[in-house]
Design a protein around this ligand. Structure first.
Ligand code: SF4
Length: 436
């Protein structure tokens, strides 16, 4: 039985999309809707999609088709990047979808639904469960999206055409959002954007990112601030000093390098050389003791020769970046790189990807083993998704959703609490520990 004002939401893609999911929920909650974890009881099913690369598009389409076939009587809303990228095509090819929602119209969703359905005789009841325009879906931590869009021109990337140019949110507005999140038991704030480094650049503001961080640091109940998606070009000179001296800004940086070969970087439209990346890593590590880095690499770009891959491989071996993600190149229609074709066979791409992952996992295994017996500040996220018998959390150097987790085998805590945890064992990318 479907409840008339109940919604079930499926959030695909990245943390930026998750923030939009939380905004969608808030908009609906403010108009009397409730959420159900069970799609069978929900009158409305929303799929917040990703369309950054072909596999993400396929995942989104599969999710839509699954929902439509399993819940033919539900009102289905498709939101996010898919309608932004394929607006007209989708209306023609998926006529069974009740509503397409682009991110700029999230606040209109209840009215758009109302216009498509019979008016609800009970009218709209306001009972806010929203936090600063969001309904949190993450335990103890929250993403803070500081900008939309991207004004860089990486030749393989669809984001600027899907999400538009960089638009930075006002720093005071972000600080208020962060205060509101902190008052709702959020202790870790994860700053995200397509390009964190460029925050404020389009307004010709100087030191925007560091000024924002200084403002966020004074929010009393916030304990950790984490930076994700820092573009390597233009990281503020003042950031390492700020990070080094801060009690809240974690010595953790996520900087997607994509490649280190000059030849590949140039054709990727990332106009700096591999040596600048090497120097950047050295400088940051020298400036910030104990710095933990995360990066992503793309293998199989059309211009990647054997010697370019070898250079990337050597970099991974030599620089031992703490957290590494590897993606195989996917040609995306409408991007400049699409015209280069897709000359590297999938088997070669997959083999290169596995080689990088294997080198990295040998290193990470040793690194995690060295943690056994040490004590690490860790955030509690709640009962483990794997078993009700364990609590789950993360050490300070594990970012949510991407870096592995910490299973807590002894001691108690609730989501958002930060405890000292003695690490007792490792398994794959995950850690086990006891609260002390
Ligand atoms: S910086 Fe990131 S989002 Fe912007 S164009 Fe390059 S890959 Fe795309």
């Amino acid at each position: 039985m479907r409840n008339s004002k109940t919604v079930h939401i499926i959030s695909l893609g990245c943390p930026k999309n998750r923030v939009d999911t939380e905004r969608i929920l808030s908009t609906l909650f403010d108009r009397g809707y409730t959420h159900s974890d069970d799609p069978l009881t929900a009158r409305y099913i929303i799929i917040n999609t990703c369309a950054f690369i072909e596999p993400a598009v396929e995942e989104s389409i599969d999710a839509i088709l699954d929902v439509k076939s399993e819940h033919p009587d539900a009102f289905v809303v498709v939101a996010g990047c898919l309608p932004l990228r394929y607006r007209e095509d989708l209306v023609d090819s998926l006529p069974e979808i009740d509503l397409f929602l682009t991110p700029d119209r999230i606040h209109e969703l209840p009215d758009l639904i109302a216009a498509k359905t019979a008016p609800d005789p009970r009218g709209d009841t306001i009972y806010g469960a929203s936090v600063s325009g969001r309904v949190l879906t993450t335990p103890g931590y929250a993403y803070l999206k500081i900008a939309e869009g991207c004004s860089r021109r990486c030749t393989y990337c669809t984001i600027p055409s899907i999400r538009g140019p960089l638009r930075s949110y006002d720093s005071e507005m972000l600080a208020q959002e962060a205060e509101s999140l902190a008052s709702c038991n959020v202790r870790e704030l994860v700053l995200v954007a397509q390009d964190l480094t460029a925050y404020g650049v389009e307004k010709n503001e100087k030191h925007s990112l560091t000024n924002l961080l200084k403002r966020l640091e004074i929010i009393q109940d916030l304990r950790w601030i984490r930076l994700m998606y820092l573009h390597p070009d233009g990281i503020p000179r003042s950031l390492p000093e700020l990070m080094k001296n801060s009690e809240k800004i974690l010595p953790y940086m996520d900087i997607p390098f994509q490649h280190v070969s000059d030849h590949v970087l140039k054709s990727m439209g990332r106009p700096w050389k591999g040596n600048r990346i090497r120097k950047l890593v050295d400088n940051l590590r020298n400036a910030i003791p104990g710095l933990v880095l995360r990066t992503t690499f793309m293998v199989g770009f059309p211009t990647e020769r054997d010697e370019d891959f070898q250079e990337l491989r050597d970099f991974v071996q030599e620089f031992r970046i703490e957290h590494v993600g590897v993606f195989a190149y996917s040609p995306e229609e409408g991007t400049p790189a699409f015209d280069l074709g897709n000359p590297i066979p999938d088997q070669v791409k997959n083999a290169r990807s596995s080689e990088i992952q294997n080198i990295h996992s040998r290193f990470i295994k040793r690194r995690l083993k060295e943690k056994v017996g040490t004590t690490q500040e860790s955030i509690i996220e709640g009962v483990s998704s794997e078993t009700d018998l364990l609590l789950q959390g993360r050490t300070w150097d594990q970012a949510p959703e991407v870096d592995g987790v910490l299973y807590i085998t002894s001691g108690d805590g609730i989501a958002g609490e930060i405890h000292k945890v003695k690490i007792t064992a490792t398994h794959g990318p995950d850690l086990f520990g006891e609260i002390i």
